[in-house]
Design a protein around this ligand. Structure first.
Ligand code: 3SL
Length: 249
């Protein structure tokens, strides 16, 4: 007997878009997009929401972010890992561990994460994922009856290891509810299985890990690789991210 699986009874599919440059290959408008930028944008967003931030406006350019600043908003983010001159915060998760941010709105622009959010602005829903919120996010996704597109922010339209590993961790959890669509989901899951329990060692030669090491940001990396530290679900609502779970706190 050949080892073919019977026709699947699972409802929908989970796909992995390995870089924003590949986004047009997917039916984004028919999916919930999960934007992933483990180091560090989507991890920092989870930290901010867990500290009571009310809204994060993902902004594409530094100029647009500065325009928000002139209107009185707090602004955060980076370019190439470094805080932008004139901004209130960089992109370190530790900058957002601040109780004074409760109820605030922050406009944020980052090299890749906020760009990836804009690249999938036509998705049915957009949520943000990182190791910091992996369990609440996958449980929530398991209850949705929609195709899921995991969108790795990568680095300037190139694939990166850390986002692919995280996408793989999500695929491993989501496959109980969803069919896998395309080999990119298998690639990510295989990579995650190889890297799990030794992620930092596995990432040590990767480009962004090296970049952050040169900026002395080893503590940021360690923090961003920890699981379930900030159980929030950032979701796009009228052009800004809010925490879907905020009212339950
Ligand atoms: O690319 C991004 O969006 C950032 O997360 C990169 S960094 O880790 O802040 O350098």
């Amino acid at each position: 007997m050949l080892g073919f699986s019977p026709i699947s009874k699972k409802r929908k599919r989970v796909s992995v878009c390995l870089t924003p440059a590949m986004v047009d290959l997917f039916k984004v408008e028919e999916s919930i997009a999960v934007v992933i930028d483990v180091l560090r944008a989507t991890s920092s967003m989870c930290v901010a929401f867990d500290h009571g931030v009310e809204r994060i406006i993902p902004v594409e350019s530094i100029e647009d972010c500065m325009a928000y600043r002139q209107q009185g908003f707090l602004v955060g983010g980076e370019r190439n890992g470094e805080m932008v001159e004139g901004f209130d915060f960089g992109n370190s998760p530790f900058s957002y561990k601040n109780p004074a941010l409760k109820g605030k709105t922050i406009a944020m622009t980052t090299t890749n994460g906020t760009q990836a959010i804009h690249a999938v602005s036509h998705a049915k829903k957009i949520v943000v994922g990182s190791f910091a919120n992996i369990s609440v996010l996958t449980e929530w996704l398991g209850k949705q009856d929609e195709n899921i597109l995991l969108v790795c922010s990568g680095w300037k339209n190139r694939i990166n290891l850390e986002d692919t590993i995280f996408a793989g961790a999500m695929v491993k959890r989501l496959r109980q509810w969803y069919d896998l669509h395309e080999d990119s989901a298998l690639v990510a899951e295989t990579l995650f299985k190889a890297a799990n329990f030794r992620k930092r060692y596995f990432l040590k030669n990767s480009s962004h890990f090296q970049r952050l090491m040169h900026l002395n940001l080893q503590e940021d990396v360690k923090y961003c690789l920890r699981k379930d530290t900030h159980p929030v679900i950032p979701i796009m609502e009228n052009g800004s991210l809010v925490n879907l779970l905020a009212s339950r706190k």
